[in-house]
Design a protein around this ligand. Structure first.
Ligand code: PRP
Ligand code: URA
Length: 209
């Protein structure tokens, strides 16, 4: 059964404040999103399996632990999810990266899939889906549908900011996945934006408008 985890680490909360601030420019915004992604992935990988090996230190033989080599896949939801990929790869450099392209139709707010390219051993990997925003939840639900349809079994979802509506929608559609959030906000406005949120994550990351 999946759970919702709000990550209240002081470094994450501090950086999130500057991510939200409308006076933060594109360069700094991008750097902060990257840093928060790294901090979040450090926390969410606590359950990674370890195995024992024997090594020799300069002093003696030592029984030590290494990661057991579980294969990981990172899947950013295009476009804004791309901003979190490098931050995750800093700690899991051997992960494969799949991409799922979705945009929200501005009238219906429903996600439209326009691209999907995943590692071909989907069934053997544990996936971390990344997207800065979980608003109505439509994009995350659809991206995870897409991954499950192709055989993925073990999936985590990681975002910077979520609206309660999005969390509920994702929990209902995919009760098996763990959801990791840096900031759980108040609500959605009539245009489907998270309040207080950070505005349009893709536009702020890529300097478009
Ligand atoms: C944003 C965001 C999420 C989605 C969240 O993407 O990055 O993918 O909205 O909204 P939802 O929970 O209501 O589906 P957007 O559609 O603006 O596309 P972009 O990343 O290409 O800017
Ligand atoms: N997508 C964004 O980029 N921001 C929001 O507030 C909601 C959806």
């Amino acid at each position: 059964m999946g759970n919702v985890h709000v990550m209240d680490h002081p470094l994450i909360q501090h950086k999130l404040t500057y991510i939200r601030d409308k006076n933060t420019g594109t360069k700094e915004f991008r750097e902060l999103v990257d840093e928060v992604a790294t901090l979040m992935v450090y926390e969410i990988t606590r359950d990674m399996p370890l195995e024992d090996i024997e090594i020799e230190t300069p002093v003696s033989v030592s029984k030590s632990k290494i990661l057991s080599g579980k294969k990981i896949g990172i899947v950013p939801i295009l476009r804004a999810g791309i901003g979190m990929v490098d931050g995750v790869l800093k700690l899991i450099p051997a992960a494969k990266v799949g991409h799922i392209g979705l945009y929200r139709d501005p009238k219906t707010l429903k996600p439209v899939e326009y691209y999907a390219k995943l590692p071909n051993d989907v069934e053997e990997r544990d996936f971390i889906v990344v997207d800065p925003m979980l608003a109505t939840g439509g994009s995350a639900v659809e991206a995870i549908n897409s991954l499950k349809k192709r055989g993925a079994k073990n999936i985590k979802f990681m975002c910077l900011i979520a609206a309660p509506e999005g969390v509920e929608a994702l929990k209902e559609a995919h009760p098996d996945i763990d959801i990791y959030i840096a900031g759980l906000d108040e609500k959605l406005n009539e245009k489907g934006y998270i309040v207080p949120g950070l505005g349009d994550a893709g536009d702020r990351l890529f300097g478009t408008k």
